[in-house]
Design a protein around this ligand. Sequence first.
Ligand code: UT7
Length: 325
Amino acid sequence: MRSAILGTGFYTPEKILTNFDIEKMVETTDEWITQRTGIKQRRIAADNESTSDIALKASLKAIENSDIKKEEIDYVIVATVTGDFLFPATANVLIDKLGINNIPSVDISAACSGFVYGLELADALIKSGKYNKILLVGAETFSRIVNWEDRTTCILFGDGAGAGIIGKSDEDNGILSTFNSSNGSKARLLFIEGGGSYKPFSQEVLKEKSMYVKMNGREVYKAAIETMYEAVKVSAERAQVGIERIDYFIFHQANKRIIDSIAERFNIPQEKIIINLDKYGNTSAATIPIALAEAVESGKIKKGDIIALSAMGAGFTWGGAIVKL
Ligand code: UT7
């Protein structure tokens, strides 16, 4: 038995913050950001919008597009590192907002790899026979955890949510393979140091601003190319699908140059690569489900297409999947 993505949905907040807007906030230029990353603008959640709110909107669309009733959902996974609260899980908040309490709901903390981590777990839960319809969401409000005075990070991120319903496959479609991995020795290259048990929130944390994202961009950049390349290679091998048979590639949308490097190594033509980072920036765990849902909605990705997913994020974590829609 196989599991499949039955339907997808996405939501991005209304407020647009362009590179020109950021020029007025830190010492940077539209030209630098565009050339180094490919990002032109990003969405920013409204003050009264938290991660569970945007997750809810993406979830409702995924439910509608899957032709299921929300009551059929028997497990909810939210991939996020920007949850509503330190605890409990944003998935708990989400099931209440959806009106589907009394089912298991849990968050995954795998940063930008959160959706592909969730997909591997959802796939296994469906195959176990214990659950039938899993709501998997990638939702982030990075605008709340970046230091808007740090030009090396604040230009990169945006807010948004994407969701999918994972259920049994009745046809020859489905999740053909998954691959997840991680390396904890790299934890300090992309992290938030303050506000956790290691360095509890204090005046010192506030003063040094260690409650915000800190990143060694160059190290993350190099690792992203290697790990996202590996994620596609291993996922394709596991699915016994040649790279040339893959119709579309959805890489984590962090930097256009990273995606171009991997595409060059595999010799993937540009038209097979889904890019939306110019519009939304890096929405961490939400980039892949937003890109997938948007490409399906626009009619670019169609039923029967074979898609490769590949992500890398803090941890370091990385992973991929081959999915036939
Ligand atoms: O989602 C998880 C995965 N995250 C990522 O994949 C992000 C990976 N990293 C990157 O995408 C890139 O490393 C960045 C886009 C963050 C930076 O690009 P880079 O080409 O690696 O630049 P750099 O950090 O080496 O900095 C080059 C120069 C520096 O100046 P000096 O030292 O050469 O004088 C920086 O101070 O650019 C300067 N710089 C900026 N200048 C204008 C750094 N940020 C900015 C900025 N505007 N926003």
